[in-house]
Design a protein around this ligand. Structure first.
Ligand SMILES: NC(=O)c1ccc[n+]([C@@H]2O[C@H](COP(=O)([O-])OP(=O)(O)OC[C@H]3O[C@@H](n4cnc5c(N)ncnc54)[C@H](OP(=O)(O)O)[C@@H]3O)[C@@H](O)[C@H]2O)c1
Length: 332
């Protein structure tokens, strides 16, 4: 029974339902001219000359995507930062360039649910770095934890449009590009539902993430014998800005799940360096890189007896959650 519960938690049931905030979709078409203004600092073709790994991460203006970007940069890679909001990309790019140098950080806006923008993200990143070794389909949104029929159509459209349709477009573009360049590894971000677990109120998000696992497995087969590899990433329970915002509006719901979050959850800065290391050392197609395992859950339970954590502690100076102040959330 306990193992079953831990498995359910490991499949990220907790965090995703908390990601209930509706991300306003269609912020919208990022114009080519705005996009160009983000590009001026990149040095075209640098990747060719240095042999550094070039990595595109969708939805990397904040949260897990930003944390991954920072971790890859710390490990000597060059990274494309992306998302829908140009302002947030600018903030993320400036901060990362100040830390790692202008030549290794490139920003380009892209709504993954718009195929032309996805193709432009590949083309411009390729032009900036001369190659794309790794493409991470990280962009994702969630809906409030409600029965499917209570959700507005535009919310469902946003969740499926980003998590499934967008990830599918990105997979098409990335695999085609990688086949042309003769190498590359695509990673898809899983979440609640990927392992088939069902949680009331999470039908839309869960269905999209369940489909991500199916799609990835199918792509592993379809790319067999080619130079392209396809794998998955699973971050476990991560306190992101979206969760923080969600609970600021709904303190009762926060109180109900805070205990579990503090035991089983982690900050972006804890999870993403681990994921980045596994990605960089992985050479196998079909790999399932998962931060949270039943073994880790047991360890976290034991640790919780000795060490009480408060991932939601308020910072007195700013009256915001300490987690919110993490560098991974600067884009928000
Ligand atoms: N947090 C967790 O506990 C958890 C657990 C399991 C799985 N995951 C998965 O991990 C991934 C990242 O989640 P997170 O918690 O880091 O979320 P987050 O903090 O809300 O960040 C989401 C990122 O995706 C971007 N984005 C959203 N919709 C997009 C679209 N249509 N096109 C392009 N970019 C888009 C956002 O920027 P814009 O809004 O500017 O576009 C932002 O950069 C998601 O796939 C999520 O399902 C998270």
């Amino acid at each position: 029974m306990a193992i079953k519960l831990l498995k359910a938690i490991a499949s990220s049931s907790f965090p995703v339902f908390l990601l209930g905030s509706v991300i306003l979709r269609n912020l919208h078409i990022q114009t080519k001219s705005i996009a160009k203004s983000l590009m001026h600092n990149a040095i075209p073709g640098l990747g060719d000359k240095t042999g550094m790994k070039s990595i595109v991460i969708t939805g990397s203006s904040r949260g897990i995507g930003y944390g991954l970007a920072e971790a890859f940069l710390q490990r000597g890679c060059q990274v494309t930062i992306s998302g829908r909001s140009v302002a947030n990309i600018n903030k993320a790019v400036s901060r990362l360039q100040a830390k790692f140098g202008k030549s290794v950080v490139f920003g380009y806006p892209c709504d993954v649910s718009v195929p032309e923008q996805v193709q432009a993200l590949w083309d411009e990143s390729f032009q900036a770095f001369g190659k794309i070794d790794i493409w991470i389909n990280n962009a994702g949104v969630n809906h409030p934890m409600k029965s499917l029929w209570e959700l507005p159509a535009e919310t469902v459209q946003s969740v499926i449009g980003t998590n499934l349709l967008g990830l599918t477009y990105c997979s098409q573009v990335a695999i085609k590009g990688m086949l042309e360049q003769g190498f590359g590894h695509l990673y898809n971000m899983e979440g609640h539902g990927s392992d088939g677990q069902i949680l009331n109120g999470m039908a839309g998000y869960g269905a999209s993430k369940s489909a991500v696992r199916y799609l990835t497995k199918a792509l592993v087969r379809e790319t067999q014998g080619t130079a392209v590899k396809v794998s998955t990433l699973s971050p476990g329970i991560v306190i992101t800005k979206l969760i923080d915002d969600q609970f600021r509006e709904n303190p009762d719901a926060l109180e109900r799940v805070k205990g579990a979050f503090n035991i089983f959850g982690d900050r972006v800065e804890t999870v993403t360096p681990w994921l980045a290391d596994r990605v960089l050392e992985n050479d196998k197609s079909g790999a399932a890189i998962a931060w949270f395992t039943p073994q880790k859950a047991v360890w976290k339970l034991i640790r919780s007896v000795l060490n009480k954590r408060d991932l939601f502690a308020l910072d007195n100076a700013t009256d915001t959650y300490v987690g919110k102040l993490s560098s991974a959330d600067i884009g928000s």
